[in-house]
Design a protein around this ligand. Structure first.
Ligand SMILES: Nc1ncnc2c1ncn2[C@@H]1O[C@H](COP(=O)(O)OP(=O)(O)OP(=O)(O)O)[C@@H](O)[C@H]1O
Ligand SMILES: [Mg+2]
Length: 145
């Protein structure tokens, strides 16, 4: 059976490094190179940070992030599948949000590069979002043998 894990965490700053390390530890089963592992950590960090800084405004009863990972072993190497979901405000215009340097938090020193980094560092990347419902990032990293 293929291995998987699901992790639900509070959308607060101190969980960003925890989420990044937890996914990296899970990914070790695929024997990733340091560079592959670093790409995965960076992408997870950007996705989780987005949930923390953008998704939840004010005092939502539940500010949670769901992280789902699945390991796909192939004859040679494999792939790490990651989904990161929040139940926050969602994104009105996904195409615009994906554009390099687009940010809705200019005054808070955001550079608008998070999505661009995820796209660059991962083999596959997609965003599904519904305003008022939340956002789900689905990513895949191919791990060479
Ligand atoms: N989980 C989310 N919920 C709601 N809006 C989001 C979410 N993730 C991203 N966004 C929107 O998409 C925009 C672009 O995100 P991106 O990560 O590329 O840049 P940023 O977070 O603004 O800046 P940076 O990631 O460089 O610090 C954000 O400014 C925000 O408006
Ligand atoms: Mg960001």
């Amino acid at each position: 059976m293929e291995n998987y894990m699901k992790l639900e965490i509070a959308a607060i700053g101190e969980n960003e490094s925890f989420a990044r390390s937890a996914v990296a530890a899970f990914a070790l089963a695929l024997n990733p190179s340091l560079s592959e592992l670093s790409d995965v950590k960076t992408a997870v960090s950007e996705a989780v940070t987005n949930c923390i800084v953008h998704a939840y405004e004010g005092e939502d009863a539940q500010k949670s992030i769901l992280i789902e990972c699945r390991i796909e072993k192939r004859t040679v190497g494999g792939a790490l599948h990651i989904a990161i979901t929040d139940y926050g405000k969602g994104i009105q215009d996904v195409e615009q949000a994906l554009a390099p340097f687009f940010t809705t938090l200019e005054d808070e020193e955001r550079s608008g590069m998070g999505f661009t980094i995820m796209q660059t560092f991962m083999t596959e990347f997609s965003v599904a979002s519904e305003p008022g419902k939340g956002t789900k990032i689905v990513m895949m990293k191919e791990i060479a043998a």
